[in-house]
Ligand binder design. Structure first.
Ligand code: PLP
Length: 388
């Protein structure tokens, strides 16, 4: 976490904080409540500024980007379903937060339109346009497009501006999952002219875990997920996590100083070393990508073995998708890109942080080469070639 984000969090954890300024409930009208309400307002303004939003009140704080996405998709669906048939357009490589929410809504009567990606993870814009055009002809249809700005496994960046244009043309509401893009795409902003809803996550930008936000453009009506008090302009009931939100804002502020150019240089250096290893496939390299992400698989090397070997060497890399009792499920992202099951269970994601050093990258690439050679020597396992 960013130091400023840690300090802000500690301030609100009594007794570390100044109780007179940190104890009150922001919904209370007494002086103690007003003190904390002031901190909450400041945090909202800081985050809005970082995202280029004109209205801080368009941000509704949540417990995560997952909750924000649930709120966006379910909120739209339950708002519209009595009058119209809700159509949700989403890519096959979305985060589980979107996939599972959409599947749940399909069970409630929503119609899902799956937009494919190609072998490089690029969105099929033509297919999206065709499906939007066909669905928009019936005025009883409500069109909701939900796409990620950047993919969490490959780092591939989707063309949000072009999709926003399509949404405007066909009268669709556009929800963007911006959890990965904010803080990692240089100059990332939410374009209020094209995007009506956007999910954000504090821990993805160096803030605390368990805090997120949903951008809701003024005028967009959503049924709330949580009912109760009037917090967050009646959009999300329950006392807000002021300490977490203040810490979230400190992390947003620190993004101004984040050096993405150096992170990209380091990442490119890492990839140059990875490419020296025979049988390495780095994914999405022809596409615009997040500056800190490398998704790679190596012929004949299973993901879990690689992760465990690197773990023993002191490095934490992620599998494409969740592990079940020590083995990795095939990544739905790689499957959608056309790789077979064995390959899709073998890819690993290497992420650099703002504090990653050249020395760490050097020792990582050395360890990687050693672990791969060891695995290949021990095993004769040969992965089938990808269908790409
Ligand atoms: N969307 C994307 C693209 C993500 O990478 C993540 C987290 O990994 C999420 C949504 C969910 O974020 P949170 O952990 O805040 O629920």
């Amino acid at each position: 976490m960013e130091q400023g984000a840690i300090d802000a969090l500690l301030f609100f954890l009594s007794p570390a904080g100044d109780e007179r300024r940190s104890y009150g409930n922001p919904s209370s009208i007494h002086w103690a409540g007003r003190q904390v309400k002031g901190a909450l307002d400041d945090a909202r303004e800081t985050i809005a500024l970082s995202l280029g939003l004109s209205d801080p009140n368009s941000l509704c704080f949540t417990g995560s980007a997952t909750e924000a996405t649930n709120m966006a998709l379910k909120g739209c669906f339950f708002q519209e379903k009595t009058e119209r048939t809700v159509h949700i357009f989403l890519s096959t490589v979305e985060h589980e937060a979107t996939l599972e929410t959409a599947r749940f809504l399909e069970g409630q009567g929503a119609i899902l339109h799956w937009i494919p990606v190609n072998a490089q993870g690029a969105l099929d814009l033509v297919q999206l346009e065709t499906e939007l055009a066909a669905t928009a002809t019936d005025k009883k249809n409500f069109l909701l497009v939900s796409l990620m700005a950047a993919n969490n496994e490959t780092g591939v960046i989707f063309p949000v501006a072009a999709v926003g244009e399509l949404c405007l043309r066909f009268g669709a509401l556009f929800h963007v999952d911006a959890a990965q893009a904010w803080g990692k795409v240089p100059g990332f902003r939410i374009d209020e002219n094209r995007v009506q809803l956007a999910s954000l996550s504090a821990h993805k930008i160096g803030g605390p875990k368990g805090v997120g936000a949903l951008f809701v453009k003024k005028g967009v009506k959503l049924q709330p997920l949580l009912h109760g008090g009037a917090q967050e302009r009646k959009r999300r009931a329950g006392t807000v996590n002021v300490g977490g939100i203040a810490s979230f804002a400190a992390a947003a502020k620190a993004l101004e100083k984040r050096d993405l150019v150096t992170i990209k240089l380091y990442r490119d250096g890492l990839e140059a070393a990875v490419k020296q290893i025979p049988g390495a496939h780095i994914l999405g390299t022809t596409q615009p990508r997040l500056v800190n992400t490398t998704n790679v698989l190596f012929d004949g090397v299973r993901g879990e073995g690689l992760i465990m070997g690197l773990d023993l060497a002191g490095f934490a890399v992620s599998a494409g998708s969740a592990c079940n009792s020590g083995s990795i499920n095939p990544s739905h992202v790689l499957l959608a890109m056309g790789w077979d099951k064995a390959a899709a269970a073998s890819a690993v994601r290497i992420s650099l942080g703002p504090s990653t050093t050249l020395d760490e990258i050097r020792s990582f690439t050395e360890a990687l080469a050693v672990v791969i050679t060891r695995i290949r020597t021990r095993s004769q396992l040969d992965l089938p070639s990808p269908r790409v």
